[in-house]
Design a protein around this ligand. Structure first.
Ligand SMILES: *Cc1c(COP(=O)(O)O)cnc(C)c1O
Length: 522
């Protein structure tokens, strides 16, 4: 490949980093129509033993123009296309603010069990007691993990959870008899926060973080008033820092009758260590498709439950799943009853409750994205309390390890212990004309997915790295080595970065044209 020759030096550098980003066995793959050969077929059908009877063309119209291929043609086509893709299952995916961690395959097995995967959402509740029990127990677990009193699993994603949280706060103030108009949102909040507040009719009041990247009580006190419904705090914030003043801030907001919304999408950093309920948070959303392992990033379904304090429970969406006492089933033999003694199935059942006059109503059809709930439940049970705590400890350790080893090479705007992710910038490299984008593209030549770039917006030229707890020390060391090599190239051979990536199937794309004039067909 021409590209490759023009960057030989860089290519050797990549190999020195002991990476496996070579393109030798990645095949070109034409469209199925181009591979099609008349008469080729994926199966052999037995000879007909009845007379041939053509279909009436008036009724069926022209035959669809489907490609004609053998089974092997089809298998190779899709297998090759899958090799063009990059995911957590193929390599490290260090996106900041997204927790792209490895999703254990046992969760997939549990979610595809027929009793769960095949259950119709309109089943009578007596016929889906297991599914309801799972919903009920998962809510209990998440309440315990967050230190809150009640949970709903309905929201379909993190941002949907934020909307649910805003609607809860809105319903609460309506019930108090005084609707409020504003929500305080710091500059280190996730971008979805102001969007959700606006969707709920609130006006966002933007405040700045202090010099050390976290919120000060003074900044909140300066804007908090009795027209303000509350504050939305992302904790850890999008700089990967823990909001240490959160308790004091919560007191300031509560003193004026406001509520505290916690964006807990990044619970991966604090799970088992800090309970948001003990920090003064009134409502928080979690991202099951981040912290609690569901494959995401491809736009698939998500799950963003919210957890609330007791006073907000009446506003949660319906139906609620409740566990109610019931009399033993008279048709059950005493032996069956004996088998069930340990799990109290004889004396309780799960039921759907709609009669909640203060509820915000339904947020989603049925009970949320149930398959994701099964995965999260499986993950929590297989990890146990200690396992979940270890997740956070390792996620934080890994991010701090990267931060310490790369801070000589990349400018670290906030040089203090971080949580599960660290934020650098391109300040050291910009003198050589090298940007964050160039370095993110170049890291692909070393076999790594680029980290998050140019986010959070409060830092100019941000490079935001979240290794997660699931990467081994060896992989993290390779990543650090690769990034150090890129920093060295930025000094010695900036040109190689300007035109990177060189080794992937496609080199640098014209992103503006791709966005403005997308070519969606071959
Ligand atoms: C990912 C994320 C969200 C949004 O979650 P979605 O499921 O993508 O809607 C909100 N806040 C933070 C801090 C996040 O990291």
């Amino acid at each position: 490949m021409e590209d490759q020759n023009s960057c030989r030096g860089g290519f050797e550098n990549c190999l020195n980093a002991q990476q496996t980003a070579a393109s030798g066995l990645i095949f070109k793959e034409p469209f199925l129509w181009e591979k099609s050969r008349d008469g080729r077929c994926a199966m052999s059908i037995p000879m007909q033993d009845v007379e041939h009877s053509p279909l009436d063309p008036e009724l069926v119209g022209d035959a669809p123009n489907l490609p004609q291929l053998s089974e092997l043609d089809v298998v190779r086509h899709y297998t090759r296309l899958s090799q063009w893709n990059f995911g957590v299952d193929s390599g490290m995916y260090p996106l900041g603010s997204c927790t792209m961690k490895y999703n254990p395959k046992t969760n997939e097995v549990q979610a595809s069990r027929l009793g769960f995967a095949g259950a119709h959402p309109l089943l009578d509740e007596d016929l889906c007691q297991g599914a309801l029990e799972l919903i009920y127990n998962l809510e209990q677990y998440l309440a315990e993990i967050t230190g809150m009193d009640a949970v709903t699993l309905q929201p379909a994603a993190g941002a949907h959870g934020e909307l649910a949280g805003m609607l809860t706060i809105h319903a609460y103030h309506a019930k108090q008899g005084h609707q409020r108009t504003k929500i305080i949102i710091p500059d280190t909040a996730h971008g979805t926060n102001p969007a959700s507040a606006t969707l709920c009719g609130y006006q966002s009041v933007n405040i700045h973080s202090g010099d050390n990247g976290i919120l000060t009580p003074e900044a909140v006190a300066a804007v908090m008033d009795e027209e303000t419904a509350g504050i939305m705090i992302t904790n850890p914030n999008t700089l990967g820092l823990f909001e240490e003043n959160i308790k004091e801030i919560a007191q300031i907001v509560h003193a004026k009758g406001g509520l505290v919304y916690g964006d807990g999408a990044n619970l991966n950093a604090i799970m088992g260590i800090v309970k948001p309920g003990e920090l003064g948070i009134d409502v928080i959303h979690l991202n099951l498709h981040k912290t609690f392992t569901t494959p995401h990033g491809g736009g698939g379904p998500g799950s963003g439950p919210i957890a609330v304090v007791k006073a907000l429970e009446p506003f949660l969406p319906v139906p609620r799943v409740e566990k109610i006492p019931c009399s033993p089933n008279p048709n059950q033999s005493s032996k069956e009853r004996g088998n069930n003694l340990n799990n109290d199935k004889n004396s309780y059942k799960y039921t759907l409750v709609y009669d909640r006059p203060d509820s915000m109503g339904r947020l989603l059809t049925f009970h949320g994205h149930f398959g994701i709930l099964v995965r999260a439940y499986s993950y929590i049970l297989s990890m146990g309390a200690k396992g979940l705590t270890d997740v956070s400890k390792l996620a934080v350790l890994n991010a701090n390890y990267i931060k310490e080893l790369l801070k000589q090479d990349f400018y670290l705007p906030y040089d203090r212990p971080c949580m599960h992710e660290c934020v650098f910038t391109d300040k050291f490299q910009s003198d050589n004309g090298v940007t964050t984008l160039d370095m993110a593209k170049r890291i692909m030549d070393y076999g790594f997915h680029p980290p998050t770039v140019y986010f959070p917006l409060v830092v100019h030229g941000a490079i935001m790295i979240e290794p997660t707890e699931t990467e081994s020390k060896q992989t993290i060391d390779q990543f650090i080595h690769a990034f150090k090599s890129v920093a060295q190239e930025a000094k010695e051979n900036p040109e190689i970065l300007k035109s990177a990536p060189h080794l992937p199937k496609l080199s640098r794309l014209d992103e503006v044209s791709a966005a403005r004039k997308p070519v969606l067909r071959g």
